[in-house]
Design a protein around this ligand. Structure first.
Ligand SMILES: Cc1cc2nc3c(=O)[nH]c(=O)nc-3n(C[C@H](O)[C@H](O)[C@H](O)COP(=O)(O)OP(=O)(O)OC[C@H]3O[C@@H](n4cnc5c(N)ncnc54)[C@H](O)[C@@H]3O)c2cc1C
Length: 250
């Protein structure tokens, strides 16, 4: 763990600066030019087992990395979190074997970023009230709804979208998470204005008759309506990660 911290501190010393952070924040831009360099350190694979190309780090390692990055550079921390946390942890903890083998090595290589779309204009703390609807149509789902306050949506490759797939059961039992490619027709993304923290954008997303294959249910088609327990796993690790992040900022 000491070596991990040294590796990150060395990266921050060599590749980042206050000017970079300021430039990214003032110009509301993601520091994509550092992506390949951060990927080359192996950090994008930190929490993933070796069979998916990662280095098998623990939750403590993940938090140490987040804390060290956040302390040193907002830009580097943003680069790390979008792929590794928003996409990677979600797929690692809930994905099917096929999805893990397909996406996790892409994340390790710096070629895949995700965002996590739970919040809606009228759905915040009580996540079980999600209204965004996904209706089965043959082997596909048709999605309609509105998400807001979604971090990094406009640069994510895939939007991990919390949807309601069965409105007729207990509200904890009718949710599914769909991995919706950002370029899918029917998706509109708008960046919201913010006072700070602008390196990762905060966006609203509209889904208008967006069609995706049922293969894109997180966990595969057999994980239909398993969204609530999947969500809780993600929020557990998110709360711990957020703690580490904000200790660093403080
Ligand atoms: C910068 C930023 C980035 C974000 N990124 C994402 C993202 O990537 N993906 C995503 O899905 N969401 C994201 N969010 C949304 C965030 O998760 C929500 O803001 C959060 O879930 C709270 O929802 P809300 O803002 O509607 O507040 P509300 O749910 O309306 O809560 C308002 C206040 O009331 C309190 N409260 C609520 N219910 C109760 C209760 N039953 N008892 C007592 N107190 C209560 C809350 O603690 C809070 O203080 C982001 C938000 C911000 C500000």
């Amino acid at each position: 763990q000491k070596q991990l911290v040294l590796l990150i501190e060395d990266f921050i010393e060599r590749e980042t600066s206050r000017e970079l952070d300021r430039d990214c924040d003032e110009n509301e831009r993601f520091p994509i030019e550092l992506n390949d360099k951060l990927a080359a350190t192996g950090l994008y694979g930190l929490p993933f087992p070796r069979e998916y190309g990662g280095t098998g780090g623990s939750t403590v390692d993940f938090c140490l990395a987040t804390e060290t990055l956040a302390k040193g550079s907002d830009a580097a921390c943003a680069l790390f979190l979008l792929p590794v946390f928003f996409a990677g942890e979600m797929i690692l903890n809930n994905g099917s074997e096929e999805q893990k083998h397909r996406y996790l090595p892409e994340i390790v290589a710096g070629r895949f970023k995700g965002c996590f779309a739970l919040t809606e204009p009228e759905v915040g703390s009580d996540a079980s009230r999600v209204k965004t609807r996904a209706v089965a149509d043959g082997d596909e789902f048709v999605i309609n709804g509105h998400k807001t306050l979604i971090s990094g949506a406009e640069i994510a490759d895939t939007i991990m979208t919390v949807t309601r797939t069965d409105p007729d059961v207990n509200r904890y039992e009718g949710m599914s998470i769909l991995m919706i490619p950002r370029e899918t027709p029917g998706i509109t993304i708008n960046k919201l204005k913010k006072l700070g923290g602008r390196i990762i954008s905060t966006c609203e997303i509209f889904f208008d008759d967006v069609r995706v294959s049922s293969e894109l249910i997180l966990g595969g088609p057999e994980a239909l309506n398993q969204g609530w327990p999947q969500l809780l796993k993600q929020l557990d690790i998110e709360r711990i990660m957020m703690g580490a992040l904000h200790v660093a900022i403080a």
